[in-house]
Design a protein around this ligand. Structure first.
Ligand SMILES: Cc1cc2nc3c(=O)[nH]c(=O)nc-3n(C[C@H](O)[C@H](O)[C@H](O)COP(=O)(O)O)c2cc1C
Length: 228
């Protein structure tokens, strides 16, 4: 009888131990710690990929915001040059001078002489005086300011040479001029026919005596996005 009682007690103990062991199993595999580790493992790459996609989203922004502006100008007697420099300084833009392969002498610029070089060129719409040098990587610019003096109511023919030398498609072109009194006249519409796919803004006559502030007032009134 004692032997039977011992077997019975042993059996009860064995059954209780087995039940305890079964109850502990879920705790081992489903502990919050284990779950959070799994989340950490899966969430870590996710949060990294979120960060990297955030970087991918924010990185290109400065580049797409990075509108590049070129101020190109022709100036025979340096009046237009001063205005061009005001614009370039005000916008921290690149500056490019259209330099004639053959410089204009005073005699060339004599508009009272019917046979002077400038008169002869302006009388011939097909005249294309050669330019010395070229703009490097014109494709990097999205906005082009183009400045020139008015000659006989028009842009000097060398500006036509310049406009025909590059592809301005997709760019915004802002013409400006200086003169003895004439406005931009038909100079802008005539230059526009030499390009395709560009957006031309109205031209503006400025004075050589205009201060940087005055020039920049006009530039800022254009409503263009010049980026940073
Ligand atoms: C050949 C020639 C023709 C000109 N024709 C005109 C004109 O039609 N109307 C005008 O107001 N000024 C005229 N001008 C004056 C210039 O437009 C003016 O002096 C200009 O500001 C000069 O700019 P620059 O110093 O950048 O060359 C002419 C000047 C030259 C040399």
């Amino acid at each position: 009888m004692k032997q039977w009682l011992s077997f019975f007690l042993l059996f009860v103990m064995a059954v209780s131990l087995a039940a305890c062991a079964r109850n502990k199993e879920p705790e081992k595999t489903n502990t919050p710690g284990a779950e959070s580790n799994v989340l950490k493992e899966t969430s870590a790459p996710e949060s990294e990929s979120v960060q990297s996609s955030e970087l991918q989203e924010t990185k290109p922004l400065p580049q797409s915001d990075g509108v590049k502006v070129l101020v190109a100008y022709f100036s025979a007697t340096n009046t237009t040059e001063g205005v061009a420099k005001h614009i370039a300084n005000g916008l921290s833009a690149d500056l490019y001078e259209i330099v004639p392969e053959q410089p204009y002498t005073d005699a060339d610029l004599n508009y009272n002489d019917n046979s002077s070089r400038s008169t002869t060129e302006m009388n011939d719409p097909a005249s294309r005086p050669a330019i010395s040098g070229a703009v490097e990587n014109m494709e990097q610019y999205t906005i082009l300011f183009i400045g020139y003096p008015i000659w006989w109511g028009e842009a000097p023919r060398i500006v036509s040479t310049f406009m025909e030398s590059y592809d301005f498609a997709g760019k915004t072109i802002v013409p400006f001029c200086t003169s003895g009194g004439s406005g931009v006249g038909s100079s802008v519409s005539n230059l526009e026919t030499l390009t395709s796919g560009a957006t031309w803004l109205d031209g503006q006559r400025l004075r050589g005596s205009d201060s940087q502030d005055t020039v920049m007032e006009w530039v800022n009134s254009l409503g263009l996005d010049f980026g940073e």
